[in-house]
Design a protein around this ligand. Structure first.
Ligand code: GLP
Length: 263
C-alpha cells in the first residue's frame, strides 16, 4: 500500500485524476472501476476538464461501477447510474454502451449479480479500481462482516450508511434498504486500486483502514492484501495516521512519484 498525503481535498482529487489520466494515456482500452459519493465529484470534474482542455480520450475505455441501489431505475436522479451520467459519462466522449452498473431493478437480483461478475471477467478484469471510503469503512457497499472473499451480491445497508446517504433521499427512511455491490473479493481482483478519502470526518476510519488490523468489520482493511493499492488523502483525513513521516518520505523520494510531486 502507498499512502499519499496532499495539502487539501482539491489537491488530493487532482492527484487521483492525474493517476487515472496517466493510466488512460498508457492504455486507451483501460477497464476502469468507478465509485460514487461526494468525494468523487471533484475527480470527475477534473476528468471532464481534462477532456475539454487536453482532449483526454475516453472513447475506447470501459467502466464498471462498484454498486447501485436496489429498486432505482437509471432515470431516477438518486440512482448511481444517474450520478455517473451527470458527473462524467454525459460530459466526455465515452460510449454509454461501454459503461456498466449493476441493474438495481432486475427481476432476478442474484442472476443480475452473476451476470455482472461474468461481464467483468469477459472484459478481461478491472485495470484500475477507484474507491471512496464510507464513514464506517466500507468500500462499495461492503458493510461490516462482508466476507473478504465476497463477490457481487445484494447487501442490506446499515443504519449508519442509510444516515450517511439520507440527504440525497430526503431522510434516512427514504434510502433504499438494499444495494447490489461488487464484493471485497471482486474489488481485490482489480489490477490496481486507488482509494481517495478527504476531510476530518474520515480521519479515524482512514487510520483504521490503513494501519489497523485486517477485519471484515471494516472492508477497506482488505486493501492491505492488495499488491498495488494507492491511498490518496488530504491532511485532514491523514491527521490520525501514525506513520505520516514515512509516507511523506516515500512520496518525496520514490522515482515513480516524482512527476506527481510537482504542482
Ligand atoms: C457510498 C458509496 C461508496 C462511497 C461512499 C463515500 O456509500 N456506495 O462507494 O465510497 O458513499 O461517500 P462520500 O464520498 O460521499 O463520503
Amino acid at each position: 500500500m502507498e499512502i499519499i498525503i496532499r495539502p487539501n481535498a482539491a489537491a488530493a482529487a487532482e492527484l487521483a485524476a492525474r493517476i487515472i489520466a496517466k493510466e488512460l494515456q498508457a492504455n486507451p482500452h483501460l477497464v476502469l472501476g468507478l465509485a460514487t459519493g461526494r468525494t468523487m465529484e471533484s475527480v470527475y470534474r477534473l476528468l471532464v476538464e481534462q477532456h475539454r482542455r487536453e482532449h483526454r480520450d475516453f472513447s475506447l475505455c470501459r467502466t464498471f461501477n462498484l454498486d447501485e441501489y436496489v429498486g432505482l431505475s437509471g432515470d431516477d436522479p438518486r440512482s448511481y447510474r444517474h450520478y455517473m451520467n451527470r458527473h462524467l459519462f454525459d460530459q466526455v466522449n465515452i460510449d454509454l454502451r461501454n459503461t456498466h452498473l449493476p441493474d438495481g431493478r432486475a427481476a432476478d437480483l442474484d442472476a443480475e449479480c452473476a451476470r455482472y461478475e461474468q461481464l467483468i471477467a469477459k472484459t478481461g478484469g478491472i485495470d484500475l479500481q477507484l474507491l471512496g471510503l464510507g464513514q464506517a469503512g466500507h468500500i462499495g457497499f461492503n458493510e461490516p462482516l462482508s466476507a473478504l472473499k465476497s463477490r457481487t451480491r445484494v447487501k442490506a445497508l446499515t443504519p449508519a450508511t442509510l444516515a450517511q446517504n439520507a440527504a440525497f433521499f430526503g431522510g434516512a427512511d427514504q434510502v433504499p434498504r438494499r444495494a447490489i455491490t461488487m464484493g471485497v473479493g471482486t474489488i481485490l481482483e482489480g489490477r490496481r486500486c486507488l482509494l481517495l478519502a478527504t476531510g476530518e470526518a474520515k480521519a479515524d476510519i482512514v487510520a483504521r483502514a490503513v494501519e489497523g488490523p485486517i477485519t471484515s468489520m471494516i472492508s477497506a482493511t482488505a486493501l492491505q492484501l492488495h499488491s498495488r493499492c494507492t491511498v490518496v488523502v488530504d491532511e485532514a483525513a491523514a491527521s490520525r495516521l501514525q506513520g505520516t513521516e514515512y509516507y511523506r518520505w516515500i512520496f518525496a523520494h520514490e522515482p515513480e512519484w516524482a512527476e506527481f510531486a510537482q504542482p
